[in-house]
Each structure stands twice: as structure tokens, then as C-alpha cells.
Design a protein. Sequence first.
Length: 135
Amino acid sequence: MSEPAVPLTQVYIPPRSGRAIDLLKGQRLKVVDIQGQQVGDLFAFNRTEPLEFISPSDTRTANWKLTLNIGDVLYSNRRGPFLLVLDDTVGTYDLLVPSCDPVRYRDSGHTGTCKLPGEHLGSPQRVWHQPICIP
């Protein structure tokens, strides 16, 4: 029986906020919902090509399904494999509804706060402090 993997680092992400980590090819990311039944948005960018990122629509198309299971791959907007699901303690992943969007929340009658993804993390320019030109 192998020893459990020791994390290289642990990052606590407070509610309604975001954090960035560099994940190199072959490294693993484990997301733990310490309070249970919380919602989180995951963004992943290619460090060397920041305009490539995980894409729910390309992931649905490549896997030919709406939900993810162990062994499924998350694909990028350039249709390349990006992340692999190795373990699952949640069971349901939302690949249909976009991440937090204040206008959608307001229009659906939600009264809580919601920031745009870029306000937390969603911009590689903010994460890596480099200019990004989007055509």
C-alpha cells in the first residue's frame, strides 16, 4: 500500500474570492470543499499560451456528455486535453451554467453578491502580471 501523497502546498480560498497556483504538467490539483455543498468556479489557463483555457463547451463535446466522471478529461478552447479527473467526492459538475455573473444573478432574482470571474481570478494578465491582447 502506497503512502498518501503529501501536498506541495495548501491554499485556502475564502468564500467569494479566488486564488491562483501554478500547476505543472504531471502535478495534481485537489479541491476540497471543507464546509460541504459549496459552489466553486475553476479556471485554468495555459501558462505559455494564456489565451488557451479550459472550456466547458469543448469538454462537453469531446466527452459526449453533460457531466464528468473519474477518467474524464477537461478540454481547452483549442480542443486539447487540459485536466484529467482522477478522483470525485462530489458526483455532479455543472458544465452548462456559466460561472458567476452579476447580471444573470440579478435577472434570476438572486439577492446575494456575485463578482465577475476576472474580479477574483479569471484574468491571466492579473495572475501572471503580463499583458494579454485579445483580438
